[in-house]
Write a protein of this length. Structure first.
Length: 108
């Protein structure tokens, strides 16, 4: 006795639903990658500015930008079902002063 062909995992990719699920998973992965690069760039800009000793107003703007990028990454990860943020904080080396601003509207 065999399981029906419709339940065979190897045939799942060949169905319309399997193709759609594959495309959605690929887009989620791509989006996570793009958001991760955005976080890396924002944190790099902030670190460079802090090392150069830029004016406080410019530094604050960079902290806000970094916090927005990190917040967007956390939201994207949550959408994908990845709810643990500790590993991301450690991997990207997100400073506490950036984490303190997560979800806050930027100052004007």
């Amino acid at each position: 006795m065999r399981a029906p062909r419709s339940l065979n995992p190897s045939n799942l990719v060949e169905t319309g639903l399997g193709v759609l699920e594959y495309e959605l998973a690929a887009e989620r992965a791509s989006s996570l990658g793009r958001q991760g690069l955005s976080v890396e760039q924002a944190l790099s800009s902030l670190k460079t500015a802090e090392e150069k000793g830029v004016p406080v107003a410019e530094r604050e703007q960079l902290v806000d930008m970094a916090a927005q990028a990190v917040w967007a990454l956390f939201v994207q990860r949550d959408i994908c079902g990845l709810r643990n943020t500790r590993d991301v904080i450690q991997r990207y080396g997100i400073p506490n002063h950036v984490l303190a601003r997560l979800g806050a509207a930027p100052r004007r």
